[in-house]
Design a protein around this ligand. Structure first.
Ligand code: PMP
Length: 385
């Protein structure tokens, strides 16, 4: 125990200790939350389309809850697949235009299940240096060799791809979760073809957000390729919970047999799957105006921050960071915003590299112009960044 105390003290001394904030629920839209009974504008949620409280989704969850109860009992290979699981897989495969899909309990479980199932000791995985932690952990679990290429640097990637390997796998986030920029998928796909490598994309922040109809990064780039392994989550733009893999039927059959986070874990509650089916329906058929609002909000915030002189890094999506640099500045900025009733996280190592701390705004369609203007007004008075 003394060892644990010591580790916690070290974190505290370096301003890296994290604590949980208790959010009291409210009937307001997700753009506002209550903490200690005080109302904050929330810029920390990835509920991009404001769907987490959508009445249709809540109703779908309640209906499935009444029919199936809450817990699913065991892993699907043991206790079977409930109808909502199957419906969700068919629905998300149709949305992503792939032959099949498999759902996981979270996006994290998807990445840590998919990667070791498709890569092993005979594989070299090529991974962008800013890929999400769940990809990093999936690669570690796979025991594949790994080569980390400089962020979005295709020349660097190509130089690494030249090394001989029996199997090669390139993995990238589509939208980078702490920087909000978009991976060059056309170039990545060409390189994967040139060097006979598989390509896997993590479209967690692209799904529902990118593309004319919200289908994600492949739609954004106009890429139609059945051989790209797609991963995503229901926890962000869909406003639900759970992750998925989408690809060919063969890929999905392999994952059912090999992905350990799927095989050895109790499946999603059927109610969660039922809610997500409805969420995919809504994103597919009724999300245009929400997405429009989302992107307008994103522009208002990003251009407003830039005209105040803030560095929004390479952001080009609703993830809008402002650069702070060291831990102390980021915390000071976060506290300043918090005092003005704006809830937005300061991002510190290990989530971002040393010296690259930031405040990370996550804009949603539920924010109003007034919410965004409140941030801009507040930050116009911040001294010392
Ligand atoms: N991939 C990326 C790029 C993410 O940002 C996240 C969530 N932060 C995940 C995967 C994990 O998804 P989930 O929260 O559904 O576990």
């Amino acid at each position: 125990m003394r060892e644990f105390d010591g580790a916690l003290k070290d974190l505290k001394a370096n301003n890296l200790l994290r604590k949980l904030v208790i959010v009291g629920s409210s009937q307001n839209s997700k753009a506002h939350i209550f903490i200690d009974r005080l109302r904050y504008v929330n810029f920390s949620s990835n509920d991009y389309l404001g769907l987490s409280e959508h009445p249709g989704i809540v109703r779908a969850a309640v209906n499935a809850l009444k029919k199936y109860g809450f817990g699913s009992g065991a892993s699907r290979l043991l206790s079977g697949t409930y109808l909502p699981h199957k419906e969700l897989e068919d629905r998300i495969a149709r949305f992503k235009k792939t032959g099949a899909a498999l759902i996981f309990n979270s996006g994290y479980a998807a990445n840590t299940g998919i990667i070791p199932a498709i890569a092993g000791t005979e594989t070299v995985v090529f991974s962008d240096e800013l890929n999400h932690a769940s990809i990093v952990d999936g690669i570690r679990l796979s025991r594949a060799g790994s080569k980390i290429y400089k962020h979005k640097d295709m020349d660097h990637l190509e130089s690494l791809l030249k090394i001989p390997a029996r199997k090669k796998l390139i993995i990238t986030d589509t939208v980078f979760s702490m920087d909000g920029d978009i991976a060059p998928l056309k170039d990545l796909y060409s390189l994967s073809k040139k060097y006979n490598a598989m390509l896997m994309i993590d479209d967690a922040h692209g799904t529902g957000v990118l593309g004319k109809t919200g289908r994600g990064a492949l739609e954004h780039f106009g890429i139609r390729a059945a051989d790209i392994i797609q991963m995503g989550t229901f926890s962000k733009a869909f406003g639900c919970v759970g992750g998925f893999a989408a690809g060919s039927r063969t890929l999905i059959n392999l994952l059912i047999n090999r992905a350990r986070s799927f095989i050895y874990s109790t499946s999603l509650p059927p109610a969660a799957a039922g809610a997500a089916v409805k969420a995919v329906d809504i994103v597919d058929s009724q999300s245009l105006s929400r997405r429009k609002k989302l992107w307008n909000n994103r522009e208002r915030l990003a251009s407003g921050l830039q005209s105040l002189g803030y560095d929004t890094l390479a952001s080009e999506t609703p993830i809008v960071p402002i650069f702070a640099g060291d831990v102390k500045t980021a915390l000071r900025m976060g506290k300043y915003l918090y005092k003005q009733k704006i809830f937005v996280p300061a991002i510190r190592p290990p989530t971002v590299p040393e010296g690259k701390c930031r405040i990370r705004f996550s804009v949603t369609s539920a924010h109003t112009n007034e919410d965004i203007d409140a941030v801009l007004k507040c930050l116009s008075g911040f001294k010392g960044c």
